[in-house]
Design a protein around this ligand. Structure first.
Ligand code: HEM
Length: 484
């Protein structure tokens, strides 16, 4: 425990004094990422707070975070046993579950391989890969929907349509299926993500103050219900896959997991995968795959209408490189440095995943000369890194140009590697390349055909609202103009 004497040569982690029973909960306020970034200026990159009576280590600074998550990756790869996480896939989620041992390793590897095969393999009907094929279909449909809305309403909120298009891409990979934009079942599932993000965000008091678990709490009640609804949705789809399963025709990620599970006990791990495990893995991929990408695209649209001259520059780059006839491809990314710089700046400036998912230590360790015990919860402040005045000039201005190489012909690699969005090390996002590729393809396909703006006189509010993934306020005043 923390009161144990500190091993020789190591220092005690510094931090603010808290109140009895609640600790520093009130200090976090409405925007814990901002409050903790500010606090780190006083206490340093390795700092300790208390939430309730539980100690939490908060990491800031890119070098310190790299040291912990990469160089000492094994020490910091755990997930804390938080109250809210027990309700996600019955505590068996590969993303939120407490296990980081053999079962986690095997499921993690299976998920990674399945995701790679069902995104990068060639499409059977064109010369594209599966991801390009799915995004191209959904983006065309999305453009049609936007045009229809524009004609009927004169302005609209793009989020509602984006979320279904993005969900359809991950559905195509996971389940081999797409939903209509009016499908009530899918809409009810994708609309759960805000309530999910509220409860699963770092610093939810109910995770740290046990008494709150027994008091009526709207956030947690909603959270329990939505996890049950989500599991039931996934379970039904997996069950249908079992019924129509054909070993000779593996249609999607769910089929490939069923195949793996029926075929053999994993040679390396000796772990038999249960049906429930399959439900949890596809649930994790689907859950992680639609909310993050939708949020990234939605922030992109907000920045584009806030800075019309930036939008124009991206469109010029697309016109000159891809032209107006063919669909953008992943191989175009390296030829569109300004577009790439815009996306990096969107990730940096919004930092819409302000913290990674909470980590915990797997053994007693030390960091920067400070003693850190086993099983202690660790928050990694990505927002702080992305706005650190020691790393960035004018961190609060939105300025894609900061990522361009001096000759303007490419991306400045040193700058781009300072952006922290997908975590680092053993728990780094497994969907990073799919996610980045998907955002690039959606955005370039939309901007090739459409110009976005908001109605005259309407102001755009890009203040993030705190959560696991931070959203902006919804905006109903979007307008589009067809470019040709
Ligand atoms: C984990 C970001 C897209 C699957 C994470 C983490 C972050 C992140 C910050 C936590 C890292 C940590 O705890 O240290 C993002 C962003 C995305 C994105 C910004 C899109 C723009 C995706 C996609 C998928 C995915 C498309 C899958 C289809 C996962 C999984 C984990 C994860 C399974 C858990 C890894 C683990 O606990 O070991 N992601 N992600 N993500 N992400 Fe993503």
């Amino acid at each position: 425990s923390f009161n144990k004497s500190i091993p020789q040569g190591l220092k005690r982690v510094p931090g603010p004094k808290g109140y009895p029973l609640i600790g520093n909960v009130l200090d976090l306020g409405k925007n814990p990422h901002l409050a903790l970034a500010k606090m780190s200026q006083k206490y340093g990159d390795v700092m300790q707070i208390h939430l309730g009576t539980r100690p939490v280590i908060v990491l800031s600074g890119l070098d310190t975070i790299r040291q912990a998550l990469v160089k000492q990756g094994g020490d910091f790869m755990g997930r804390p046993d938080l109250y809210s996480f027990r309700y996600i896939s019955d505590g068996q989620s590969i993303t939120f579950g407490h296990d980081s041992g053999e079962v986690w390793r095997t499921s993690h590897k299976l998920a990674q391989n399945a995701l790679k095969i069902f995104s990068a393999s060639p499409s059977p009907v064109s010369s594209s890969c599966l991801l390009e094929e799915h995004v191209s279909n959904e983006a065309d449909y999305l453009i049609m929907k936007f045009q229809e809305r524009m004609k009927e309403e004169k302005s609209f909120d793009p989020y509602r349509y984006l979320v279904v298009s993005v969900a359809n891409v991950i559905c195509a990979m996971c389940f081999g299926k797409r939903y209509s934009h009016d499908d009530q079942e899918l809409l009810s599932i994708v609309n759960l993500s805000n309530d999910f993000g509220e409860a699963a965000a770092s610093g939810n008091p109910a995770d740290f103050i046990p008494i709150l678990q027994y008091l009526p709490n709207r956030t947690m009640k909603v959270f329990k219900d939505l996890n049950m609804q989500f599991s039931a949705f996934i379970r039904k789809i997996v069950k249908d896959h079992y019924i129509s399963f054909d070993k000779e025709n593996i249609r999607d990620i769910t089929d490939s997991l069923i195949d793996h599970c029926q075929d053999k006990v994993d040679e390396n791990a000796n772990i038999q995968f249960s049906d429930q495990k399959i439900v949890n893995i596809v649930g994790d991929l689907f859950g992680a795959g639609f909310d993050t990408v939708t949020t990234a695209l939605s922030w992109s649209l907000m920045y584009l209408v806030t800075y019309p001259e930036i939008q124009k520059k991206i469109q010029e780059e697309i016109d000159q490189t891809i032209g107006r006839e063919r669909t953008p491809r992943l191989s175009d990314r390296s030829k569109l440095p300004y577009t790439e710089a815009f996306l990096l700046e969107m990730f940096r400036h919004s930092s819409f995943l302000p913290f990674t998912i909470p980590h915990c230590t797997t053994r007693e360790t030390s960091l920067n000369g400070f003693y850190i015990p086993k099983d202690v919860c660790v928050f990694v402040n990505q927002w702080q890194v992305n706005h650190d005045p020691k790393l960035w000039k004018d961190p609060s201005t939105f300025q894609p140009g900061r990522f361009l190489a001096a000759d303007g012909a490419g991306i400045n690699r040193v700058e781009s590697e300072k952006v922290l969005t997908f975590g680092l090390g053993k728990r780094r996002c497994i969907g990073e390349s799919v996610g980045k590729g998907e955002v690039f393809l959606f955005l370039t396909t939309l901007l090739q055909k459409l110009e976005f703006s908001v109605c005259r006189g309407q102001l755009v509010d890009i203040t993030p609202q705190y959560g696991l993934t931070m959203k902006h306020k919804r905006c109903e005043h979007f307008q589009i103009k067809q470019r040709f």
